[in-house]
Design a binder for this molecule. Structure first.
Ligand code: BGC
Length: 878
């Protein structure tokens, strides 16, 4: 009910009776390229974002003024003064001032004019930093030489400004004068290193000081399976003098306490080999070897413009058992990605082992069978500090719920270890809750399953010897991810990685970055057009479509080259891990159609008329060929009549209008009568069956499937102890493929927001500029509440009901408009009140409610037209 409460608070603060100061308030939430205080922006014309704040309903922007300056006060827009520009745009506003300089800090602020022409005060000043724009800006060289690298340098005074540009592959940690710089872990993000390597820009002004300084870098193997680093610190002194500290041949290297590190196998750390003081000035490194200058890796250096991987939180173990002598097993109570922190005291040379697993055997010992070849073991060798020692690994991570501790000197306690949750630190941007506990439990699985599979790329799983960017997993889970987290910068980066791995034929690999060769299964590679489309729909990102238009067109063409008479037989996985398999050619052909359809849509959006026509026509031909090949007019089903086979053409609109009802009736019968209200779908069908049931008026059936607790269902996972989403519907624990943390079946999470809370963006006015609120009030659901923190501001929808009334509270951000559907629920003599005043009565719209501009009878619901603001509707009938 928390969400309901917060909606209420907003309502009373800013509602029609609210007493807040009238008029436009300073814009908030300023961002550049989706990031707050973006560092290292290497985009020539970065896009700026702000949120409109206003005390009244119906608020919108009619003009804005942006000032960008290199001086912090921004008293003038010496780099860019947009002037008062008539425009409603408050997101993705492209910087068009003086050409941006490399390695510079830009400060900016914005104000806007509202619907009445009143100007808001200016926002608070914010900033972004540019990165290094060209190869020539990089003075540093790649170096290698052991897993610890160091260099001392002198500064004549404390610097006025200092920026570090750094990367190191596979993984690195930058340290200055004894301190870790920043809170990132497991940098850089995973890319195809022969194409692109990501660097990070840090403000290190406060890390440096007059006199001797030390720069130090630790390296791990990561995905590169080798070690090399590059660092450049650009320093500006108070007197304007500039100097550059770079990795070069004068650095020294040595092998430190990390004996080995591997993403899958874990880290071995011998604390006796630590080199205290090595990251401080004055350390005697005469025994260290000079580094070797490395041939630069082939990939270009690009700024890492997405949220970093961080330790985002701690988990205290629930319990500790001692299932066999010397082995203690901790239950963290939650499956997650990361590692544990160990506290230990004992003699030097004691070897302590931490093994990680998702599962236990009946006897309480660890079951690591489903990790396959990943050893997931961290080893710590004590230095023998009488004060005790603390260890946590640096260059590995595990997916686990249970930890086995062995070799521990003495008797461990519950607080001997602490869970450290590690993943890309995307901000949670939404919430969903309802009166049905099982839905809230599924939301929890989805939340954990989604975020713990974000590790700079969307991973398939976080525990076994895989953890890769499998593309079907990526697109099937992406809408759910976008609705629950702020994913825009993350997928912007990932889309670029997909393009980086596209070959000359337009094909992309199944896995990005490509750790496997060969063209993708159509359902996998279609992540390319699909993610671009979702970025456009959810975030309103048109530039993504521009940048990737040729790429997604080439992808569609690669499918065309594989097609015969309009359908595609090429398939590797199809509707993966189903209960009832669907012919792969049907799935591949559906994605062929969809890819072409997205190219046509993108061309329409971008005003590419010729391409729009070509691909629209091609899409129609594919639909006709699909229909001809897979539709069975006698049974009015498709192919082998599985749920997936019927869902895909319905979802994509391939089924001709006149046949939709009949096909749908067969789908419904299959679910209800033949499968006793259970799914038979794999990962593909599972995502689309919920919207299909909802669109065709059977949200109640979708709800029954969602709340099912017997096999196969999410409830079945929960009843069998799941705390993240499983890879399979089956409860397997053996050595075969059965991860217990795979995000792909989390596609259901999107349906909670779009159907139960009823929050939808209009694809024609994407990014929630135009919103459709259409909650599904079904079966025994008494209330549901969803709230999404969009780029334009919060959108929320919360409803609750009694036998003869429905209360619906809605928030629409300033600048957006909405169509609000209030279900009639078969009530007679319906009256709809807003703040105690009628807006619908005696079968007609009653004008006069601020912000509501009209209403109509939509059949099963009353459809209100509303401007921005917070509303509380009460619909009462008999
Ligand atoms: C991965 C999947 C992936 C699949 C391809 C598995 O090993 O974990 O989720 O999509 O292979 O079939």
């Amino acid at each position: 009910m928390h969400k309901l409460l917060s909606v209420l608070t907003v309502f009373t603060a800013f509602g029609p009776l609210g007493a807040a100061a009238p008029g436009p308030l300073p814009p908030s939430g300023l961002r550049c390229e989706y990031l707050v205080h973006a560092m290292g922006v290497d985009v020539a014309s970065p896009r700026l974002f702000w949120r409109l704040e206003h005390s009244e309903r119906g608020a919108r922007q009619t003009a804005y003024q942006v000032l960008v300056s290199t001086t912090p006060s921004v008293s003038a827009g010496d780099q860019w003064d947009s002037g008062k520009l008539a425009s409603s745009q408050s997101t993705h506003v492209a910087y068009v001032g003086k050409p941006l300089e490399s390695g510079t800090t830009y400060y900016w602020k914005v104000r806007y004019w509202d619907q009445d022409g009143s100007a808001s005060p200016y926002s608070a000043v914010t900033r972004f930093d540019t990165g290094l724009f060209s190869d020539g800006d990089w003075k540093a060289r790649w170096i290698r030489g052991g897993n610890q690298l160091r260099k001392e340098f002198q500064l004549a005074a404390n610097p006025r400004r200092a920026r570090a540009y750094v990367s190191g592959i596979g993984y690195y940690e930058l340290r200055l004068n004894g301190n870790k710089v920043g809170r990132h872990v497991l940098d850089p993000g995973f890319t195809a290193f022969d194409k692109r390597i990501l660097y990070v820009t840090y403000d290190v002004t406060d890390h440096l000081r007059q006199g001797a300084n030390a720069a130090a870098i630790m390296l791990g193997e990561g995905w590169y399976r080798g070690r090399a680093a590059i660092l450049q610190i650009d320093v500006e002194m108070a007197d304007g003098k500039k100097l550059v500290i770079t990795t070069d041949g004068s650095w020294k290297g040595a092998q430190g306490p990390i004996l080995s590190d591997s993403i899958y196998n874990g880290e071995e750390y011998d604390a006796r080999k630590e080199t205290p003081g090595w990251d401080l000035p004055g350390y005697d490194d005469r025994a260290w070897a000079p580094v070797s200058l490395d041939d630069p890796p082939k990939g270009v250096l690009s700024a890492q413009l997405m949220p970093p991987i961080r330790v985002v939180g701690d988990i205290v173990p629930l319990r500790m058992t001692n299932p066999r002598p010397g082995a203690y097993v901790y239950d963290m109570g939650q499956n997650f990605s990361g590692w544990v922190r160990l506290r230990v005291k004992g003699p030097a040379g004691t070897v302590v082992r931490l093994r990680h697993a998702e599962l236990l055997y009946e006897d309480g010992t660890l079951n690591v069978e489903n990790l396959r070849r990943a050893r997931a073991t961290d080893t710590y060798i004590l230095r023998g500090d009488p004060e005790g020692e603390v260890y946590e690994p640096r260059f590995t991570y595990h997916g686990f719920r249970y930890v086995e501790l062995s070799g521990f000197p003495g008797a461990p306690k519950l607080d001997t270890i602490l869970g450290r949750v590690v993943h890309t630190d995307v901000a949670p941007s939404a919430g969903f809750a309802s009166s049905k506990p099982i839905l809230n439990q599924i939301q929890r699985l989805v939340f954990w399953g989604t975020k713990t599979n974000l590790h700079s790329i969307p991973t398939d799983c976080d525990q076994r010897d895989e953890r890769m960017g499998w593309l079907a997993d990526a697109h099937l889970a992406s809408e759910t991810a976008m609705l629950n987290f702020d994913m825009a910068a993350f997928y912007t980066n990932f889309l670029r990685s997909i393009r980086d791995s596209q070959d000359a034929t337009g094909a992309v690999p199944d896995v990005v970055p490509a750790t496997r060769r060969g063209p993708a299964d159509p359902a996998w590679g279609s992540a390319y057009p699909l993610l671009a489309l979702y970025m456009y729909e959810q975030y309103g990102d048109r530039r993504i479509l521009e940048q990737h238009f040729e790429g997604i067109r080439a992808w569609a063409e690669s499918l065309r080259s594989k097609s015969e008479n309009g359908t595609v037989n090429f398939v590797k996985y199809g509707d993966w891990v189903p209960i009832e398999p669907t012919p792969g050619s049907l799935v591949s052909s559906a994605y062929y159609y969809w890819s072409v359809d997205i190219v046509a849509r993108a061309a329409e959006i971008l005003g590419k008329k010729a391409e729009a026509e070509t691909y629209r026509k091609l899409a129609e031909e594919i639909a006709a060929a699909f229909q001809k090949r897979f539709y069975n007019p006698e049974s009015r089903t498709y192919a082998n009549a599985t749920q997936t086979a019927m869902t895909l053409p319905l979802y994509l609109g391939i089924t001709p209008e006149a046949l939709r009802r009949q096909v749908f009736a067969n789908l419904r019968d299959d679910i209800v009568y033949y499968k006793n209200t259970h799914l038979t779908t794999g990962i593909v069908g599972t995502k689309y069956i919920f919207p299909v049931l909802t669109q065709l008026g059977r949200a109640d059936l979708a709800y029954e499937l969602a709340t099912q607790t017997t096999y196969p269902s999410w409830g079945y996972m929960i009843e069998n102890g799941a705390t993240t989403l499983w890879e399979l519907w089956q409860n397997k624990t053996g050595p075969s493929m059965n991860s217990h943390n795979h995000p792909m079946l989390g596609s259901i999470g999107a349906w909670f927001y779009t159907a139960l809370a009823g929050i939808n963006t209009d694809p024609k006015s994407p990014g929630y500029a135009r919103i459709r609120i259409e909650p599904q009030v079904v079966r025994d659901l008494q209330w549901a509440s969803g709230s999404i923190d969009t780029l334009r501001g919060t959108v929320s929808s919360s409803w609750s009901r009694t036998p003869n009334s429905l209360r619906l509270e809605v928030t629409i951000p300033a600048g957006s408009t909405a169509e609000i559907h209030i279900p009639k629920l078969n009530l007679a003599d319906l009256t709809i009140l807003e703040g105690n005043r009628p807006v619908w009565q005696n079968g007609a719209y009653v004008a006069g409610i601020p912000g509501v501009t009209g209403a109509r009878d939509g059949g099963g619901d009353i459809v209100l037209e509303a401007l921005s603001g917070s509303y509380a509707f009460e619909s009462i009938g008999r």
